[in-house]
Design a protein around this ligand. Structure first.
Ligand code: SF4
Length: 706
């Protein structure tokens, strides 16, 4: 019976508002209700001195897994004299050290701040469960690795939030630092807490905990934030000397935040109010004080600043022991499911020479043997062949493993593959078709014919790679079981091609995740697949691919997708759910050892909210999204037109070939005019008149579905 239902496409049009009321008891039966763990509040002296912290650490470090996570002293870490600077910043990646130490975004900001003479930046990560328990037991507040000072001693704490499953950890980190988790509970002696990263394009589920969000790119605005704090807050405001605050603040916390709210690209949620309609959807969000923007537009940098070259070299084995050089930012392909592709426009490239120099310096300073040339779509980098050729020549014979992630299937040239392999040890080859039928590929705007996939994968096997990893997604709008069957069929055809070339040595890893419709994308109007749909689609894939021992199938758990959907699509009310879930013991939500799905369901119940309201509800086209006062400068009207085109199976070409006036150019017209030529991949803006012509207001969105 399920199969018959699932053969029907998920209805996506017209938009009929959901009338049904969901009860918590209807929520998927497969949910695991796990034991709830209540967190002991941090009652410790949070302003211990570095030597007090070190003494306490000496007593516990040998009792934890990987003590090297907690000691610092790594090559290329920057330790500055606190007396020589005016403002101190702690950057926090709220996951374990092994993941966070390689985060490129945080590395960029760490470098930016430490280049200043009047400020310093240090780092902290979330301690793993064993270390956290001992820190709480021994009353050790969370501290930075460089100076061993407690986080509470800093003027500014910056969280990196690239994904939503870090939210409960963020609360946990604040608590472990002895800092009130709610913004409203902090006073003048507490650090200002900011956050940035892709997930903050919808900041509302975290609005109660973060003082100010950085929307968009941080390289420039971090300096403006530091300058503002430096001008309003005396140095050492948080330092305790002889049990007294060293320099009591003279400007109130609220006034500092008011000044931050005036900075372009900074969102201070306490100065905005959200109103709701009777059906629970958002009516509007508006500022409550004058002189701050109604809509916060993301920041971008006109030209990518020089990439960091002094990478931290961990003393322990971590997930990515490598140098990463960002070769370009943004993507012009317009895949409709892709959050990163929509929010990081416009495309800006670095020159080949700059990349080579940065790679050479970074390898020299770190000794790493892996180099990753980062971007969202590496093979779209204009001079990719020249880049790979020069990198290969430069590092010839040095046994350097060069990774080029996110290669597009249709533009992988034989030369490129060959050079990548010649340059050193060979890594696996990863391609992301995402869907396997022509219909679905048109819907998601990632059109690659099967023949091209088969030709490319055959060639990869022929050139000596034995394992290919293919990424797919299930749950795209209007997907049927036939579309999922096609994923299994394509995998079988790929491995069959591999066997023709290298026999039973050919291996295929198929990673199939479940699509979550993200904010600020053309699919922001659609519903997630239901648990039953996900279950049936995953069962089909297991049935079809599970018998071939050379095919390894990885599937995302449905619960993980729902958690991601709640947090990426939620409104302000979700903040209380995040708080309750954390109080109920959920943390490390990306880790099996930490997450407690039952704690989330319990949290929804405690807050009287329906989880299905956020996941399994198609949005009306006139619905105001919770994130509507935040913009990535890609207009809602453009996103909606793109969504409509997807329903009609129309694809949009690479916007380097044809600009679709997505909104980037009118928003950043002056910046583009001042940086003409090939710096950006958007068309030149020659006069103010051109930018005016492109400007389309968001209220031109057609209304359907009433
Ligand atoms: S302005 Fe045009 S070229 Fe630039 S990102 Fe938008 S659609 Fe692409």
């Amino acid at each position: 019976m399920h199969n018959d239902i699932l053969k029907q496409p998920t209805p996506v049009f017209p938009f009929i508002p959901e009338k049904r009321t969901y009860l918590l008891s209807e929520y998927p039966a497969f949910l695991n209700w796990t034991k709830l763990v209540i967190i002991a509040p941090m009652l410790t002296p949070v302003r211990l001195t570095p030597s007090q912290i070190e003494n306490k650490l000496d007593r516990i470090l040998l009792k934890v897994q990987k003590p090297g996570r907690y000691v610092g002293g790594e090559l290329n870490s920057v330790v500055k004299n606190w007396d020589s600077v005016k403002t101190t910043v702690a950057f926090v990646f709220p996951d374990i050290y092994d993941i966070g130490v390689s985060n490129v975004g945080l590395k960029i900001l760490y470098d930016q701040v430490n280049q200043r003479e009047d400020a310093l930046a240090e780092r902290a990560y979330a301690p793993w469960l064993d270390m956290e328990a001992l820190m709480r037991e021994h009353e050790i507040p969370l501290y930075t690795l460089e100076s061993k000072r407690p986080l509470a001693s800093f003027d500014l704490i910056g969280f990196s939030l690239p994904y939503e499953t870090l939210y409960t950890n963020t609360l946990n980190v604040l608590d472990l630092a002895g800092i009130p988790v709610r913004s409203a509970d902090r006073d003048e002696t507490h650090p200002i807490i900011i956050a940035g990263g892709h997930s903050t394009m919808n900041p509302e589920p975290m609005h109660a905990f973060i003082d100010a969000f950085v929307i968009g790119e941080g390289e420039e605005v971090i300096h403006e934030i530091i300058d503002t704090i430096m001008s309003l807050r005396p140095s050492g405001s948080n330092l305790i000397v002889n049990e007294q605050i060293a320099s009591p603040p003279t400007v109130s916390r609220n006034d500092i935040l008011k000044e931050l709210a005036k900075l372009h690209g900074v969102y201070v949620p306490r100065f905005y109010e959200t109103y709701y309609l009777e059906d629970g959807t958002v009516s509007h969000t508006e500022p409550t004080i004058p002189d701050i923007p109604k809509v916060i537009t993301k920041r971008i940098v006109p030209i990518l600043p020089p990439p960091p070259t002094r990478f931290i070299v961990p003393n322990i084995d971590v997930v990515h022991n490598r140098v990463s050089v960002e070769i370009m930012r943004g993507c012009t392909r317009g895949c409709r499911f892709c959050h990163a592709g929509m929010i990081t426009r416009p495309v800006r490239e670095r020159s080949v020479d700059e990349i080579i120099q940065a790679a050479e310096d970074a390898i020299k300073y770190s000794g790493f043997e892996d180099l990753s040339l980062l971007s969202l779509s590496s093979s779209d980098y204009t001079d990719i062949l020249e880049l790979v050729t020069k990198v290969s020549e430069k590092f010839d014979g040095k046994n350097l493993n060069i990774g080029l992630p996110s290669l597009r299937i249709e533009s992988v040239s034989i030369d490129l593959m060959e050079k990548l392999k010649q340059s050193g040890r060979s890594s696996g080859f990863t391609l992301a078709p995402e869907a396997a039928t022509e219909r679905m590929r048109r819907i998601i705007n990632k059109f690659i014919p099967d023949e091209e996939i088969l030709n490319t994968t055959r060639e990869i096997y022929r050139r000596g790679w034995t394992t290919i990893k293919l990424y797919f997604m299930i749950g795209h709008p209007s997907e049927t079981l036939e579309d999922v069957q096609a994923i299994a069929d394509l995998c079988k055809r790929v491995i069959a091609e591999g066997r023709k070339v290298i026999g039973m040595k050919a291996k295929l890893n198929a990673g199939v995740s479940t699509f979550v419709p993200k904010s600020q994308t053309p699919f922001q109007w659609v519903s997630c697949d239901t648990p039953e749909q996900i279950k049936a689609k995953q069962a089909l894939l297991r049935r079809e691919l599970g018998r071939d021992r050379n095919i390894k199938l990885s599937l995302t758990k449905a619960e993980d997708s729902f958690l991601e959907a709640w947090l990426s699509r939620g409104d302000r009310r979700m903040a209380e759910v995040v708080y309750s879930a954390w109080k109920n013991g959920s943390k490390f939500d990306a880790w099996d050892e930490g997450k407690k799905y039952g704690a989330w369901i319990q949290a929804f119940e405690e807050q009287g909210l329906d989880p299905l309201f956020y996941t399994h509800r198609q949005r009306r086209t006139d619905e105001v999204f919770p994130w509507e006062h935040i913009t990535a400068a890609v207009r809602k009207n453009f996103l909606f037109q793109d969504f409509r085109q997807s329903l009609e199976g129309q694809i949009r070409v690479d916007c380097r070939l044809n600009c679709f006036a997505c909104g980037i150019l009118p928003t950043f017209a002056n910046m583009r005019r001042e940086n003409p030529g090939d710096v950006w991949k958007c068309p030149d803006v020659k006069s103010p008149a051109h930018s005016k012509q492109l400007l389309v207001t968001s209220n031109q969105l057609p209304i359907v579905g009433d």
